[in-house]
Design a protein around this ligand. Structure first.
Ligand code: HSE
Length: 414
């Protein structure tokens, strides 16, 4: 019997306890021993839980229990998860986590501590919920030079954008529905402003390129400014809008990494990933494009990945899994204003016809979009590929000339 503990009994933690309980025989056949939940840490009371005798409010019960070999950290947030995880790893216990904030901000340090203490620190559930992506990237695709990773990494925003496209639902109503369905973070700002997706693309970039990418200085845009007009213009161009976390390696070896909404062609595999589903495309030099698809949020899908990591730790109690990246200072990342892209622009001007001529003069070879029943003073175009610097420069000149930009969204080549 292998004794484990679970820290947190929320959406994910209760799912972990449920899977370990209901899939006992399946897990036994994989490990050859039974997984037994010895402690569940939570400050709340769960008197009706069938595991009510395992609950504790004290972390000391877990850290001081020499029988506990593997701990699932599913509390979320940095504190006290970071402190607890460090102490557990230093005590030689393996830790698995679904906590993307923790991995994105402290991953290099925690992996180093795990290495020094011959313990494992695994985090399959931190990106893509139930979708296997950490293991495939670190093992199955390891023979490739990864050229680009682009993903729909946040279920809440994908759900909102799908509702806006398919049902013409407005942003607030769609967010409320996502919250009611349990996809959203406690603070939905992390979803809708792109921070959750940013943490996830940073984890994938760190893993693929071997150096920690910290989220702090990564350009991160959310979806709060997208309107139903943008949705119509995108559709008129055979595109959908998706919130994409993207990292690509440029010729000089530096990374272009950001999170932003993008217009992507309806034929792209990522365009057809809807609702709370996530999709991650990895461009390998040997494999070409490989796409991972599944439920990126929710109790049971995420818990499935946490339990898989518990099983992996149970099978490797004496050995380390080779999952590692080095610390870094983000010096291998280009500034966002040097990033190059075509963009969709929606403008408003008193005289749209002469404004369009000014836009053509500045941007060159643009494509004009048209929709039915467009607002009287509005027009929208797609620019050629230019640097963000150059685009900003043109937009400020137009603004000085009375042509106001209402929307600016990258065009994705995915
Ligand atoms: N709030 C996140 C999402 C949960 O919507 O994808 C999973 O990380």
């Amino acid at each position: 019997m292998i004794e484990v503990a679970i820290m947190g009994h929320g959406v994910v933690g209760s799912g972990v306890a449920e899977i370990i309980t209901t899939h006992k025989r399946k897990l036994f056949s994989s490990i050859g021993e039974e997984i037994h939940i010895k402690h569940i840490l939570d400050l709340r009371e769960f008197p009706d839980s069938p595991l009510c005798d395992r609950f504790t409010k004290s972390f000391e019960d877990i850290i001081n229990d020499v029988e506990v070999r593997v701990v699932a950290e599913v509390m979320g947030g940095i504190n006290p998860a970071y402190d607890y995880t460090k102490r557990l790893l230093k005590a030689g216990k393996s830790v698995v986590t679904s906590n993307k904030e923790l991995v994105a901000s402290k991953g290099a340090e925690l992996l180093q501590i795990a290495k020094e203490n011959n313990a494992n620190f695994l985090f399959e559930a931190s990106v893509g919920g139930g979708i296997p992506i950490i293991r495939p990237l670190s093992q199955c695709l390891v023979a490739n030079e990864v050229k680009e990773i682009a993903g729909i990494l946040n279920g809440t925003t994908n759900f909102i954008l799908t509702k806006m496209f398919d049902e013409g639902m407005d942003f607030d109503a769609a967010l409320k529905l996502a919250q009611d369905l349990g996809f959203a973070e406690r603070n939905p700002e992390a979803d809708v402003e792109g921070h959750d997706a940013c943490r996830k693309i940073c984890i994938l970039a760190s893993l693929a390129f071997g150096k920690h990418v910290y989220p702090d200085n990564i350009h991160t845009e959310g979806i709060t400014k997208i309107t139903l007009s943008d949705v119509k213009y995108a559709a008129s161009n055979d595109c959908v809008i998706k919130l994409i976390g993207d990292v690509k390696v440029l010729n000089d070896g530096k990374m272009d990494i950001f999170v932003a909404p993008m217009l992507i062609n309806k034929k792209s595999q990522l365009a057809n990933i809807d609702n709370e589903f996530n999709g991650i495309m990895v461009r390998g030099d040997c494999t070409g494009d490989v796409v991972f698809y599944g439920k990126g949020a929710g109790s049971m899908p995420t818990a499935s990945a946490v339990v898989a990591d518990i099983v992996d730790c149970c099978k490797h109690l004496k050995a380390r899994k080779y999952l590692f990246w080095a610390d870094s200072t983000n010096d291998n990342i280009i500034p966002y204003n040097k990033s190059e892209t075509s963009v969709y622009l929606r403008f408003c001007a008193e005289d749209p016809e002469s404004a369009l001529i000014k836009v053509k003069d500045l941007f060159g070879d643009i494509r004009v979009l048209s929709i039915e029943n467009k607002a009287e003073n509005e027009f929208a175009v797609i620019t050629p590929k230019l640097s963000i610097d150059k685009i900003s420069d043109c937009l400020s000149k137009l603004n000085n000339d009375g042509v106001t930009v209402l929307s600016k969204i990258r065009i994705g080549d995915l």
